[in-house]
Design a protein around this ligand. Structure first.
Ligand code: TXA
Ligand code: MG
Length: 357
């Protein structure tokens, strides 16, 4: 693709300036892609009803057409044009969690292009709560298809600078609304089957969902489909485990607090003997242990403040990458509440390997 100038426009995240939003909306109308902030991570958007524009998203990210997109709406009426039917469950969840970090998978309307859903019979829909996202969808007057605004396989961006690092020269405009509040992507909940199933834990916790729909389950192993012709086992679309991969290997440690810290310290020492530069993602509570370890430290926040940890997680991974470390060590934050989404992202970055004593 040809290189182009990438403009960054700073927008007031509380009361977005109308002329800046209109500038972005006019690009979208013209079939362009635009990056905008949401409360979870930054999104790379296109008018969901223009197929050529949607294809530009895949081109800019380097993302294969087999990975479906989430469609973002500003009001509930827009859900009806995207899906075949709005179920009672969907209404309950929308009422409880929209606008917010929850994506619902519902049977798709035939009006929506297969490009958006990668040929699947379901479509992912979410109503973001970020004022800039909301204003942009409203100004366009059409739903916006948007994946996270990172290069394919990289960590999702939580600042405009992260987006610029990954996509400059490939997109015309980034709306900069400051750092993302939630910091991990939306929870993806499949409502197309009998049991509502979380395909990706995210900003709305399993516990919160169960308060509204007690039957919600967590999909655990990666879903595999048998290819009838070759007998190859392939990942189902939307189940690719390739996301959130930092460009540096990550080791996730999981144990009692004391054993975990001891194992991390000895791993740091072992690698330093081999002249490796080591990065460590720690909690406030770990500071004293690692302060004089010689490793590059990035503090995510207190183990009892998972909102803060989630909000800083992707910035932490990118910051250690930029610092030029050869490996990243990270402690566990449990799996209650937002911990489940944090653990999911760390496991993906660690290719599912956990270091235990
Ligand atoms: O918070 C978020 O969800 C952000 C912001 C921008 O809204 N978006 C985001 O999109 O994370 P993306 O494309 O990076 O991740 C969406 C995930 C992908 O793993 C995709 O495969 C899955 O959701 N997905 C989307 N539609 C699906 C569908 N119909 N069936 C199964 N999985 C689907
Ligand atoms: Mg993504």
């Amino acid at each position: 693709m040809k290189t182009r100038q990438t403009e960054i426009v700073v927008v007031n995240p509380v009361q977005p300036e109308a002329e800046k939003i209109e500038h972005a909306a006019s690009l979208l109308r013209a079939g362009e892609v635009v990056v905008f902030p949401t409360e979870t991570v930054y999104g790379l958007g296109a008018d969901a009803l223009q197929v050529a524009a949607v294809e530009r998203i895949f081109e800019a990210k380097g993302r294969p057409f087999t990975d479906p997109l989430i469609v973002h709406i500003a009001k509930l009426a827009e859900l009806e044009m995207l899906v075949a039917e709005v179920s009672e469950r969907a209404k309950l969840l929308a009422e409880a969690f929209w606008p917010g970090p929850l994506t619902l998978l519902l049977p798709k309307s035939p009006r929506i292009s297969d490009r958006v859903t990668a040929g699947l019979q379901t479509i992912g829909v979410r109503m973001p709560r970020h004022p800039i996202a909301h204003a942009l969808i409203s100004a366009l007057g059409s739903p916006i298809a948007a994946p996270s605004a990172n290069r394919f396989m990289h960590v999702s961006p939580t600042t405009a600078a992260h987006v610029y690092d990954d996509l400059h020269g490939r997109i015309p405009l980034i709306l900069d609304g400051g750092p993302s509040e939630v910091g991990v992507e939306s929870t993806v909940l499949d409502l197309s089957g009998e049991v509502p199933t979380i395909l990706r834990p995210g900003g709305i916790s399993l516990e919160d969902l169960r308060r509204v729909l007690p039957l919600v389950e967590l999909h655990r192993p990666a879903k595999h489909v048998e290819d009838e012709h070759t007998n190859d086992r392939q990942l189902a679309p939307g189940q690719m485990l390739t996301h959130y991969a930092p460009t540096v290997p990550l080791l996730l440690f999981d144990d009692s607090e004391q054993a975990m810290r001891a194992a991390m310290l000895s791993e740091i020492q072992r690698r330093q003997v081999q002249d490796e530069r080591v990065g460590v993602l720690i909690a406030d509570e770990d500071r004293a242990t690692f302060e004089s370890s010689g490793a590059v430290l990035y503090t995510l926040g207190s183990v009892s403040e998972l909102e803060q940890v989630a909000a800083r997680l992707f910035a932490g991974l990118r910051s250690l990458e930029t610092a030029g470390v050869q490996v990243i060590l990270c402690r566990s934050f449990g799996s209650a509440g937002l911990g489940l989404a944090i653990r999911d992202r760390l496991l993906k970055a660690a290719s599912s390997k956990v270091v235990k004593n």
